[in-house]
Design a protein around this ligand. Structure first.
Ligand code: SAM
Length: 365
């Protein structure tokens, strides 16, 4: 039985989220056809047709709650209607507040229906005036956007128009800086993410003496390549493989911003890219970090990562069930053993847990 290390705690257990999404909604419940005309808070867990009230969100900090309250009061008095998903009419849709923990910068994003007739009658109400009032009341707001959200689906999307302030806010993680725009992908608990990445770096570099300039790092399911960026100085080259194009683009920008030129972002499915890379790599030693989504790895990818004969495989998981499933396959031929299991609490007050596992190759006599 492997020893499981104590859970690495999140530095903050309340107010730790750097992004919170609120919704305006015309119904208490669309399914039961219960109207309120004006509901503005969160969707009930797992229910996308029901909005629940919540007097204070403990996962957002005091300032985010205060901004929400200000916008709530304002939007009720504005005379503009809440968006009705059944008819496609109404104005207010979502409010997103993003915040960088290190630099204390806040970005506010209003997702609104710009098909609303008011939009063409600017004299009726000037949105910029309100944005200005909000910014004066909360000086930490350095960026305000309007998202022209005209589609029927209940998602935060649309063309982003800068109303006031800077185009981006900047977050720092372990000494590297990351730019966040209204649509950027970013871990939602910045201080917790530092703990997760510190743990990952500690396990990748365990028993290594300094930099490993002969080895290539594969950052698989890399998202914006944060793991690859933070580990790039230890390796000759890093490949960060990710399916979502915009996430790879964010990663590329952040690598450039930090002056890192030995990372390549590959916008492909891991299971499709691995056989291509296996064919072309010329036996260069490889270290692997895999951080798949909740569904875990594609079975083809699990088999392929064994073919690298790498000394170390780090598996970062957000779902213990698929972690166990994939580890069972990785361990079945006695090529690897588990050396470390470190859980990290990135999401206090929820049942979610991240786990970082280090596998090492079993030396054959
Ligand atoms: C848990 S997240 C990775 C987080 C990232 N390593 C970080 O530290 O921020 C999983 C990522 O895998 C991506 N993904 C899902 N299926 C994929 C696939 N078949 N191939 C490559 N990437 C995939 C998702 O888009 C998501 O960005």
């Amino acid at each position: 039985m492997n020893h499981i290390s104590p859970i690495v705690p999140s530095p903050l257990t309340e107010g730790y989220r750097n992004k919170v999404e609120f919704s305006w909604w015309k119904y208490i419940s669309a399914k039961e056809d219960i109207h309120d005309e004006f509901r503005f808070w969160f969707h009930a867990p797992g229910q996308f047709d029901r909005i629940i009230d919540c007097s204070y969100c403990i996962l957002a900090d005091e300032k985010m709650n205060a901004i929400f309250k200000h916008v709530d009061e304002y939007s009720r008095l504005s005379g503009l209607a809440t968006y009705d998903p059944k008819t496609g009419e109404g104005f207010w849709r979502h409010l997103v507040i993003r915040k960088s923990r290190k630099n204390e910068e806040t970005m506010v994003i209003f997702s609104v229906n710009t098909n609303f007739p008011w939009w063409t009658r600017k004299e009726e109400w000037d949105f910029r005036v309100y944005a200005n009032t909000l910014q004066k009341k909360f000086p930490e707001i350095v960026s305000i956007y309007l998202l022209c959200n005209t589609g029927r689906a209940d998602i935060v999307t649309g063309e982003a128009i800068l109303i006031d302030g800077k185009t981006t806010i900047t977050e720092e993680l372990l000494g590297k800086s990351f730019e966040i725009n209204p649509k950027s992908f970013f871990q939602t608990n910045s201080l917790g993410a530092e703990k997760l990445y510190e743990t990952t770096i500690q396990l990748v570099t365990k028993e290594e003496k300094g930099e490993n300039k002969d080895t290539i790092l594969l950052d698989l399911y890399g998202w914006t390549g944060t793991i690859g960026i933070l580990l790039s100085s230890y390796f000759k080259k890093v490949y960060s493989v990710e399916i979502v194009k915009e996430a790879s683009e964010d990663g590329n920008r952040n690598a450039k911003r930090n002056g890192i030129d030995n990372i390549e972002f590959v916008n492909m499915k891991t299971e499709d890219w691995l056989p291509l890379f296996l064919e072309s790599r010329n036996n260069t030693p490889v270290t692997l970090v895999v951080d798949p989504p909740r569904d875990g790895m594609h079975p083809k990818a699990v088999k392929d990562i064994l073919s690298f004969d790498s000394d170390t495989i780090i598996y970062v998981s957000c779902n213990p069930a698929t972690l166990v499933r994939d580890l069972t396959i990785l361990l079945e031929n006695d090529a690897y053993k588990v050396s470390d299991i470190i859980p990290v609490d990135m999401f206090p007050h929820t049942h979610h847990i991240e786990t970082v596992v280090r596998l090492i190759k079993i030396k054959k006599n």
